[in-house]
Design a protein around this ligand. Structure first.
Ligand code: F6P
Length: 556
């Protein structure tokens, strides 16, 4: 194991501390003094245009951040990830989501195995299956083609597929719909299947481990629903004789194919992946099957190509022009030198309405850690809270706090030039009006409004302070020509590598998630108490006993 380098002991960290102390934010002044600022801090990354110029940075800060990356051996750690070294130390695993999007003619041998050949064998199986479902050749037990796909999974086996499915709805095949069941709250499953026809429904049970309580419970409920409804309709003799129906209506995605078979799903209908794919990094593996079924193999290839383009940039570009690396370093700058506790992600694209939710798992499950990969405590603050909602909805909800609150909240604004639905309202291009808000918000956040400007509008003196905007609120603008499959892949890979960069600076293992284990274990221990076992209840702490007792008294 290579020990993490303590970033806080490096000269670059000391330089950044000094620079921060000296830096008086003045985005107005900086833009006035340097007519090239926007140009010099704008980058093209595959289809993405990324403007970093409205951040609280100058040349010295950028240079010191790059020195910090070099001081913690970030380029070397990045190369180790791409090469399949076991950089997920606490789980002793390689981290190879980047291999999921390598082209078929690439080769990457890890532990004597060509992982690219393995990846493409599964992709070919997925493509063949998807063609059969989409063409109607794959039929349910009564001979009808599939019209609804229900993905059952949680965390990385849900958030990625949902987010991408929603983002790429305009690419969906007409007559096919996907739904997603994730929560163990039985209302989720009940609502999602309520109006479905079992004869035309295909369930995908997606679970890397195939042990996750929520997913297996939902899968059993879905299986019972399917078999009972089919039996009621006379399509099968009885739920007990539903083997063929399960084979036609249930497929699985997992790394644990033996457990898939135990559940009753034919291994021939299972799509595998590998322990070197983290759940939150898995939407480009077989976990993306619902997306593939919805958009088809050509679009899915474009999606994977988008990831690969950003991977290649991250792998090969020098730090000074390496956009994911620079964006990760900027996040470090705000977290560790400005005390930022959260980061907003604000897509001006309704189809990206689940993007922030997706990023919450990617970033916070990855970097919400307080020990380093060698087990020692971290030496600085780590993962910030990611949150967001699509613009313009957020403008009418929480932007007030970003503009005039007391906290510094760096924000990423995301927009596309061409909407899926170009529309006019009389003479007005509605998407243009939408984007005017995108442009206006980042300008308002950067440049604010002075008291004199407020007065010049004739505002009564008593109200002037309330109407002042200090500005100097940092934003990054990300634009793309359109929300294509490739662009969605590029956006995901961009944030994956930003997350990686931050993790390396902090010396943490961004690829484990031990922090979710305790709650899972306690839930299983408390469950008997919830079901009325007095002895189990007595073992709980007083607050939990009181809450469970109240529940037992008040449930019907
Ligand atoms: O929340 C913990 C976690 O392990 C995530 O990392 C993962 O994405 C999710 O549970 C689901 O796990 P699985 O795909 O194994 O069901």
């Amino acid at each position: 194991m290579i020990n993490p380098i303590d970033a806080t002991t490096t000269d670059a960290w000391a330089d950044l501390t000094t620079l921060r102390e000296a830096l008086v934010p003045d985005l107005r002044g900086w833009f006035e003094a340097d007519p090239h600022r926007a140009h010099d801090l704008t980058f093209d990354l595959a289809d993405l245009r990324i403007d970093l110029s409205k951040n609280l940075i100058n040349d010295d800060v950028m240079a010191a951040l790059v020195r910090l990356a070099e001081a913690v051996n970030l380029p070397e750690r990045r190369d180790a990830m791409f090469a399949g070294e076991r950089i997920n130390v606490t789980e002793n695993r390689s981290v190879l989501h980047t291999a999921l999007r390598l082209p078929a003619d690439a080769e990457l041998v890890v532990d004597g195995q060509d992982v690219v050949a393995d990846v493409h064998a599964v992709l070919d199986k997925m493509y063949a299956f998807s063609d059969r479902v989409r063409s109607g050749e794959w039929k349910g037990v009564t001979g009808k083609p599939i019209s609804t796909i229900v993905n059952i999974g949680i965390g990385g086996s849900d958030l990625g597929p949902v987010m991408v499915y929603e983002a790429l709805l305009p690419y969906k095949q007409a007559g096919l719909e996907c739904r997603f069941i994730s929560n163990i709250d039985p209302s989720d499953c009940a609502e999602k299947v309520a109006d479905l026809d079992p004869e035309t429904t295909l369930f995908i049970v997606a679970s890397k481990t195939f042990t996750t309580l929520e997913t297996l419970t939902n899968a059993r409920m879905a299986r019972a629903w399917l078999l009972e409804r089919l039996a009621e309709a006379g399509a099968i003799a009885s739920p007990a004789e539903g083997g063929e129906a399960i084979a036609k209506h249930f497929v699985a995605v997992s790394t644990a194919l033996d457990k898939v078979a135990d559940f009753g799903i034919d291994p021939a209908n299972a799509f595998g992946f590998w322990d070197w794919v983290g759940g939150r990094y898995s939407v480009d593996s077989a976990v993306g099957l619902p997306v593939l079924l919805a958009i088809g193999q050509d679009n899915f290839r474009g999606f994977l190509g988008g990831f690969h383009a950003v991977d290649e940039h991250f792998r090969t570009q020098a730090p000074e022009t390496n956009v994911p690396l620079l964006m990760g370093l900027l996040n470090v700058w705000y977290v560790n030198f400005w005390g930022a506790e959260s980061h907003a992600v604000l897509p001006y694209a309704q189809y990206l309405h689940r993007f922030a939710a997706y990023l919450q798992q990617l970033t916070m499950e990855s970097n919400g850690k307080s020990v380093r990969w060698d087990g020692t405590p971290v030496t600085s603050g780590t993962g910030e809270i990611f949150w967001g909602e699509p613009g313009t909805n957020g403008q009418h909800a929480f932007y007030q706090l970003i503009h005039q609150g007391t906290r510094l909240i760096p924000a990423d604004f995301i927009a596309v030039a061409n909407p899926a639905h170009p529309t006019r309202d009389g003479d007005t291009d509605v998407h243009g009006l939408f984007l005017a808000n995108f442009f206006a918000q980042t300008a308002a956040l950067a440049f604010g409004k002075t008291a004199d400007e407020v007065r010049a509008e004739g505002t009564a003196e008593a109200i002037v302070p309330a109407r002042v905007f200090t500005g100097n609120k940092p934003t990054t603008s990300i634009m793309a020509p359109a929300l294509t499959p490739a662009v969605v892949g590029q956006l995901i890979a961009l944030y994956e590598h930003i997350t990686f960069t931050q993790g390396i600076v902090w010396g943490i293992d961004s690829f484990d998630q031990w922090g979710v284990e305790l709650g899972k274990k306690l839930a299983l221990e408390i469950a008997p108490a919830v079901f009325g076992d007095a002895e189990a209840l007595a073992k709980q702490d007083p607050s939990t006993q009181s809450l469970v007792s109240w529940y037992l008294e008040n449930r019907d």
